[in-house]
Design a protein around this ligand. Structure first.
Ligand SMILES: [Mg+2]
Length: 230
């Protein structure tokens, strides 16, 4: 990690600044309970994940796509017999996720306050535009950030065009996030720097194989650890 040229720090939001994946796990569990008369929880989890992957290109990331995938899975798993009352409960599950208060992770505010004195901070997140904007607003953190960008995906091209648009040279940029696949490896591949702050729960879609993991980044146990490097 070379901080001498760094001027801009990009933060991932979900599971880096605040809790997110935990709510998806809870919703999946409740979803499996709603469908327990049709299949085992394990099978329901697998089918839902497959449906989400199938729909990703169509719906993108976020809670609304997740709700639609739950409904489609419920129809499939019940062979079309799912009562509309259960569909309503699935929709309610998703709305509960959207309406939940934002739960900041430990030390986030202190770290942002410190870093904002020395660097320009931006948020780079993916998901539903409205939902992510609402979370930034509810988090009370928006004053620390110069820019908030909700991307449709976090691949190398998405990062390159955003940095170009914001006129940030890759050599001056470091990205901090919990996902190796989305926040770290594509950033390393475009020639910028990255720090990995793992969260205890990772969505299967965000997992990377050892072959993909070039190890060319720093891992810190909690967000507080980034202050040792920046
Ligand atoms: Mg994340």
């Amino acid at each position: 990690m070379d901080k001498s040229k760094i001027k801009v720090i990009g933060f991932d939001a979900d599971d880096t600044l605040w809790v997110n994946e935990t709510y998806f796990r809870e919703a999946e569990h409740k979803f499996a309970q709603l469908l327990s008369s049709y299949e085992t929880e394990n099978k329901i989890d697998q089918e839902l994940f497959k449906m989400e992957m199938k729909n990703l290109d169509v719906y993108g990331y976020g809670v609304k796509g997740f709700m639609l995938s739950m409904i489609e899975s419920a129809i499939d798993l019940s062979n079309g017999k799912i009562p509309s009352t259960v569909i309503s409960e699935i929709i309610a599950l998703g709305k509960e996720m959207i309406e939940r208060p934002v739960e900041l992770l430990d030390h986030v505010e202190m770290v942002l306050e410190e870093l904002s004195k020395k660097y320009r901070l931006i948020v780079l997140t993916k998901g539903d535009l409205l939902d992510q904007e609402r979370k930034v607003e509810k988090s009370g953190l928006s004053t620390y950030f110069h820019h908030i960008e909700v991307l449709s995906d976090k691949k190398e091209n998405n990062y390159l065009s955003l940095l170009e648009h914001l006129e940030i040279p890759v050599s001056e940029f470091v990205m901090i996030g919990n996902s190796l696949k989305s926040d770290v490896l594509p950033i390393i591949n475009i020639g910028a720097q990255a720090m990995h702050v793992p969260f205890h729960t990772t969505w299967a879609h965000e997992e990377v194989s050892p072959q993909e993991d070039n190890g060319n980044y720093i891992t810190v146990n909690s967000i507080k650890g980034v202050l040792d490097y920046l």
